[in-house]
Structures are given as structure tokens and as C-alpha cells.
Write a protein that binds this ligand. Sequence first.
Ligand code: NAD
Ligand code: TYD
Length: 354
Amino acid sequence: MTVLVTGGAGFIGGNFVLDWLRQLDEPIVNIDKLTYAGNLQTLSVFEGDARHHFVCGDIGDRVLLDKLLSEHQPRAIVNFAAESHVDRSIHGPGEFIQTNVVGTFALLEATRAYWLGLSDQAKYAFRFLHVSTDEVYGTLTPDDPPFSEMNRYEPNSPYSASKAASDHLVRAWHHTYGLPVLTTNCSNNYGPYHFPEKLIPLVILHALAGKPLPIYGDGQQVRDWLYVKDHCSAIRRVLEAGAVGETYNVGGWNEKTNLEVVMAICGLLDELKPRQDGVSYAQQMTYVQDRPGHDRRYAIDASKIEQALGWKPAETFETGLRKTVIWYLENQSWVQGVTSGQYRQWLETHYHGK
Ligand code: NAD
Ligand code: TYD
């Protein structure tokens, strides 16, 4: 048995591959284009390990997909590959349409052709799990109930619109062609190997470098945070026991304003690696211009996956954030590896050197 993973050199995909191969013997074929967000250093522990077969490639490359599927005969595909950063999608939406929409379409078509050629038994057991986001549901007011699977799709950013489009394709390939799909819509993840363009790793690294900690707008936007390893355990559970054609919202019941998150990081750093001048890292917080179209609040109602599949997160926000801050303090070489010229150029373009 083999599982094919796309985008397995990114943040969540990388954690998924690491956790999978630490717990199971089933091999993984990992196809990743290695964009700025993909980093093979995350998976360096598996160098020479026959259970991890890495292929540098694009999910939009139909010829490559056909070849990989026929060669490795996976029993399941888990699709992590995507352009994933909202701010980048605002600066340049083209890549988001290309990978998230056109790429997912190519992957679905290759999968369908492969699946049709399987034996009845293998066809029945096969799964295509599409990893998506809560951002497809749009934004909530402070009094709205959290997003359930019944919420209408109302994406607001080029990123969330491209993910919504891919979710719709996945749904249609099930409804029309019978492809056995599963979709997960997860809230904001944080944890080890997170590329430092996203809030939590960016704040940790900027704090340590003595740089400003940029707070968009009033900092009162709310996100629902889940430790990445809990997202990975949810995906494994849905793959194992999810009902075909269903979608599952995944979240940690951890709504926090951005200011609360940044203050919590500063508090942990003050404790674990205090500034030499004894002043709190919170002093580096700087309010900057808001993100255009910034969604005010995301929150996930995770009761369906909890009740139907018995999944629960292992970490609270407090335990997960502490682990994350410690991981960044102890893994400076990984950080240096990803903070390449391209990353510095992104900071310059987006934050104008602030
Ligand atoms: P990421 O940006 O860290 O990683 C994406 C990976 O996909 C990278 O390794 C990149 O090289 C690869 N990739 C990009 N385009 C590709 C292509 N055309 N072909 C093959 N590989 C390609 O993203 P992430 O945070 O790990 O997110 C993974 C998935 O989870 C995405 O689909 C994202 O929408 C979803 N998701 C993310 C979050 C979050 O908080 N990060 C929350 C919910 C859902
Ligand atoms: P981000 O990590 O980019 O995830 P998403 O936009 O997918 O939720 O941002 C999380 C929140 O933090 C979001 O409300 C935007 C905000 N933010 C800042 O205030 N400053 C920053 O420098 C970044 C990157 C994000």
C-alpha cells in the first residue's frame, strides 16, 4: 500500500509526512513543486529512507501525474499542494488560480483516469482527500455562530476564492463521476516548519531579530488556531474513517484576536529568551496599514468531526504555542535555510522595510 501526497514539502504537508512516517510503515510518494514555500530540509531525516519517495513536480503536470499513479498505484491521494498566503494572493493572484484551481483540476482528472482502471475492490477502497480552509466560508461578525459544514461559501480573498473553486471541483468530481472524495476545511494552523511570512512565525522571528512586529489595522481580527500536528491527526482520521463525499470542518475551539496572539508570543519569548535590555518584546509591536478586504473573524464548529469520527485536538493554544516558540528557538538552522533572498525581497515589497 502507498499514499500519494502533494505539497508534502510545505508547512502542513511536511508535518503530515513526518508524522506519518514516524508512526507507520506505509510508504509515501510526495510530489511538490518546491516553490518558495516548499523546503526539503523539513524532510531531511528521511534521506535514504525507501518509504519516502520525493518527486519535484507540478500538480498541473498531467503527464507526470499519470506516470506516478501508474508506477506507484496509491490507495489514496492527499492534496496539500496550493499557494496558501492571502497577502501574496492580493499582490499576485495568477499563481493561485494556476495551482489551486487549474492544478487541482489536472490532479482530479489524472486521479479519475487512474481510479477507473483499478479493480472493483481497489476502486471501492480508494480515497482522494482534499485539504482546504475555513476561509472559503468568508467572514463572521462577533455574534455569529462558528462555521459549520452547512455554511454557504462566501470567499473574500483571491486565495480563499481559489480554494473555494477547488473545493467545488472536488465536490463535482464526486457527484458526477463518483470519485470517492473527502474534504477537510481547517482553521489557521501554527507549529514547527511554518514559513515565516505567516503571522506566528513572522512575529517570533521579527521579535528575536529586534524588528517591528507588524499588526494589521486594529489587531482585533479573530482567527481560530490549531496546532499543525492536530490538523495532521484529523486528516489521518478522516482518511481512515470519513464518509465518502462528506466535508469535515477541523478546528481547535481557540478563537484569539491577533493582538492576543502577538502578546502571547511576546510573553513566551520574555520568559524563554528575554531581551538583553530587560524590556518586553511587546514594545516592538507596530500598527501598520490593514490588509485590503481583511476578513474580520474566522471560527470553526468542529462538532461533526468530533462526534462522527471521535477526533479531538491534543494541544490547547497555550501548550501548542509554547512548543512552537521553543521549536523556533531550537531550530535556527531551518529558519536560516528558508529565509533566502526571495523571502527578504517579499518582506521589502510587502512591509516596505518596516
Ligand atoms: P504551504 O504554502 O506551506 O505549502 C504548500 C506546498 O505546496 C509547498 O511545499 C509548495 O512547494 C507546494 N506547491 C505549490 N504549488 C504547487 C504545485 N503547483 N504543484 C506541486 N506542489 C506545489 O501551505 P500549507 O500552509 O502547508 O497549506 C497546505 C494546504 O493546507 C493548502 O492547501 C492550504 O490551503 C491548506 N490550509 C492551510 C492552512 C494554514 O493555516 N496554513 C489552514 C487550512 C488549510
Ligand atoms: P496569516 O498568518 O497571514 O493567516 P490568514 O490571513 O490566512 O488568516 O494572518 C493571520 C492574521 O494575522 C490575519 O488576520 C492577518 C494578521 N497579520 C498581521 O496582523 N500582521 C502580519 O504581519 C501578518 C503576516 C498577518
